[in-house]
Design a protein around this ligand. Structure first.
Ligand SMILES: O=C(O)CCC(=O)C(=O)O
Ligand SMILES: [Fe+2]
Length: 287
């Protein structure tokens, strides 16, 4: 996608349509600024802020030139993942995935890594809602340790949403909450096959997102994310041999349906250094 800076709108034309477009651009630009302020406003509930965000983004998508000028285009590159399967499945199996490469600016990406490396002692061992042993090995840092970055990343994800409904084959919904945590997978860490919305506490999770961060060049191998075809009716994994693979590239954002069965393959990190680990800012968008 071509990035057009939002502060350089297209030149006005003398026609009535051009003037209308110009007013529309101005209105949408103002609305987006208002939205940015409101999203930072702790006085509004998450539900109110989510609804505002979606309303204004829906407005932005109405522009006849949305594809060319929209500020949405300043976010990374939307990449089509090539599934590692020989034949496409005929109906949706919840395993659609969207990838944005270079999702944040280089400075924001560096800041994300600095947040991870600077707070090693505050990470706690992860658990699963079923508390099953040997199902997951990793450590997490709660978002209360990085409030500013939480707001930045959340805003960018919400702004990207209008681009993902179609490729994810998902109906738009009002986001009531954006959960976030920072997860570290060091040597030998993994997360076996699971979905993210299979318990009463997690049932309102609609979308899972994962933002990958690590030092470059990567000092670990493995740690791929695998997405399995999943029965949309009962959530069963349909075929273990047919999966999509997402490589954890630095500065990549991935989104998929929280009901999809997925897993994180074991990470190998020969140095055993914390700094060399696979880091993710990951979480869920709740309806
Ligand atoms: O790290 C990843 O690629 C996915 C993490 C995940 O599945 C989760 O935290 O629920
Ligand atoms: Fe997950």
């Amino acid at each position: 996608m071509t990035a057009v800076p939002p502060d350089h709108p297209p030149q006005p034309t003398p026609s009535g349509v051009g003037r209308l477009n110009q007013r529309f651009h101005h209105l949408v630009a103002q609305s987006l600024t208002t939205l940015e302020d409101l999203l930072e406003d702790e006085g509004l509930t998450a539900l109110e802020r989510g609804r505002l965000a979606l309303d204004i983004l829906a407005l932005a998508q109405q522009s006849p030139e949305a594809a060319e000028w929209s500020p949405l285009n300043s976010i990374g590159h939307l990449v089509k993942e090539t599934p590692e399967v020989s034949q496409p499945l005929e109906t949706s199996c919840l395993d659609e995935v969207v990838c944005f490469d270079d999702f944040l600016s280089p400075e924001e990406n560096q800041n994300a890594l600095a947040i991870a490396l600077g707070q090693q002692e505050d990470f706690v061992p992860s658990s699963t809602t079923s508390k099953a042993d040997n199902y997951r090995q990793s450590s997490i840092l709660y978002a209360t340790y990085f409030p500013q970055f939480y707001h930045q990343l959340k805003r960018k994800i919400l702004v990207a949403l209008p681009q993902i409904w179609h490729p994810l084959n998902h109906s738009p919904f009002s986001v009531t909450q954006v959960e976030m945590q920072l997860t570290v997978h060091g040597d030998g860490c993994y997360y076996k096959v699971h979905n993210d919305s299979g318990s009463p506490e997690t049932i309102t999770r609609e979308l899972t997102y994962v933002y990958y961060v690590h030092s470059q060049p990567a000092q670990f191998s493995g740690g791929e994310l695998r997405l399995y075809p999943t029965d949309p009716h009962d959530g069963r994994l349909l075929d273990r041999k047919r999966f999509k693979t997402i490589t954890p590239e630095n500065n990549r954002l991935v989104l998929f349906n929280s009901r999809c069965q997925h897993e994180v393959m074991p990470v190998r990190c020969p140095s055993h250094e914390f700094e060399a680990s696979r880091f993710t800012f990951n979480g869920w968008l709740r309806r």
